[in-house]
Design a binder for this molecule. Structure first.
Ligand code: HAM
Length: 427
């Protein structure tokens, strides 16, 4: 029986792995410029980390978590996102005592049992950032500026749009929800089945439903959440918008952005694109001033976001955005003829690798032609050729694979090569 991977899970190989790591690296460097440091949190947490953190009625907690009972009788879940785990760690290690403001970032796999489609897997990678300890709209603005700089450095800023909204504090939101419920209940029959259910769980989510009839219906809502926000919440949003203007970060206020997680207060935002079909958010986040308190820590305001790395890769591909791949070291192939040379080649390869060079050689005896073919196929810059004659004469042949230039050189010169392995000088 052939064992296959799980549905919605993906294996990734070179060069995609390299692309993913390079994107991650670019974003990581941007985060570090803003003073964020890395936190590594477990992939598995007690299920209550997420049910308390994300909210019992959210789609993630109700339908999408990989949850199971351990042999020790604990209910645990694979992380569906990073924020709740980072908050748990922030509280558990009393990080608020160490510094008034804490800036953390993380990256890794998240697990959600959703229906797989393009841009949506059951296991995907996020890189995310969380800033704890500031209520100031300038903190929201800094987080958004960091996201914007990251997509700019990825070469994608032209292909994405920053959409933001405020969903206020829970009490303000409740008033808005009530008005929304009244409005939508009258037109219940025009809603999709999912949204009809949402009327009882979270009517706000009807606003981000993509079904045509729901979009049409919600377009006609004669009031907006801003009508229900307190002066303080409206002021927060205005200050954020002003700051984004001053930083020349393009953005659009979109009252439909409500987010699917329960922890948000005030600012919410999504970085969307029209190039990925319905899975159009490449990053998303917002403020969550009540979450640390709700999870048992001291009241601590916070704001953050996470970026979906596979969606960024898809967007790079769809838009043909070329990124300078970090220059890979040039490859050297050690080609050997005969048993003695084969062992010598293994030792030379080991020596050159210790010096920092990228080296390939065959384990088995193969013809010169076949080894040459492989050197060409793998894009080797140089070949070091050792046969019986060379061994006897304590020399090797060095071949520039591009120009075909070849020269016989004493073996000791190979041993004396520096870390940069400048073969050009030998030819
Ligand atoms: P989220 O909107 O659930 O937010 O996910 C953030 C990003 O992860 C999405 O915009 C998308 O790019 C990517 N993503 C989500 N689900 C999938 C999937 N099934 N397949 C591929 N990519 C996916 C959060 O996770 C929050 N923790 C963000 C946050 C951090 N808010 C505050 N701090």
């Amino acid at each position: 029986m052939k064992i296959t991977r799980l549905h919605g899970f993906k294996d990734m190989f070179h060069p995609e792995t390299q692309r993913l790591r390079s994107v991650e690296d670019t974003v990581r460097k941007v985060f570090e410029r803003f003073g964020f440091s890395e936190v590594i949190i477990p992939v598995l947490e007690l299920s209550e980390t997420y049910s308390t953190g994300l909210g019992d009625t959210t789609d993630i907690v109700q339908k999408e978590m990989y949850t199971f009972e351990t042999k020790g009788g604990e209910w645990v879940s694979m992380r569906p996102e990073g924020t709740a785990g980072v908050v748990r760690a922030y509280i558990e290690h009393s990080l608020h005592r160490k510094s008034p403001v804490t800036k953390l970032y993380y990256s890794g796999e998240m697990f959600r049992h959703e229906k797989p489609q393009e841009g949506r897997q059951r296991c995907f990678n996020q890189i995310g950032a969380e800033l704890f300890g500031s209520r100031d709209p300038l903190a929201d603005s800094e987080i958004i500026a960091m996201l914007w700089l990251a997509v700019t450095e990825l070469g994608l800023s032209e292909h994405v749009e920053l959409e933001l909204n405020s969903i206020g504090k829970p009490a303000e939101r409740e008033l808005y929800k009530k008005a929304l419920l009244e409005f939508l209940s009258q037109k219940k029959d025009s809603l999709c089945e999912n949204c009809r259910n949402r009327l009882t769980t979270n009517p706000l989510r009807v606003l981000d439903c993509k079904t045509d009839t729901c979009v049409e219906l919600t377009s006609g809502i004669p009031f907006s959440i801003r009508d229900y926000l307190s002066e303080q919440s409206n002021g927060h949003l205005d200050a954020l918008l002003r700051s984004l203007e001053e930083k020349s970060i393009p953005h659009r206020l979109n009252p439909r952005i409500v987010r699917g997680l329960d922890y948000y207060t005030d600012t919410v935002f999504e970085l969307t694109t029209d190039k990925l079909g319905s899975q159009n958010a490449v990053a998303a986040g917002g403020r969550y001033d009540l979450l640390v308190g709700r999870m048992g820590g001291p009241e601590t305001p916070a704001v953050g976001f996470a970026m979906g790395l596979e969606r960024i890769l898809l967007l790079l591909e769809k838009t043909g955005t070329r990124r300078n791949s970090p220059g890979k070291k040039q490859l050297v192939c050690i080609i050997h003829i005969g048993d003695e040379a084969r062992e010598k080649a293994a030792n030379i390869a080991d020596d050159l690798r210790r010096k920092g060079m990228r080296v390939e050689t065959e384990y088995e005896n193969k013809s010169l032609k076949s080894q040459m073919r492989k050197a060409n196929r793998t894009g080797a810059a140089y070949s070091v050729i050792i046969g019986e004659d060379e061994l006897r004469g304590k020399v090797f042949s060095l071949r520039n694979m591009k120009t075909g230039e070849e020269k016989t050189i004493p073996l000791e010169k190979l041993a004396a090569l520096g870390g940069h392995g400048d073969f050009r000088k030998l030819l």
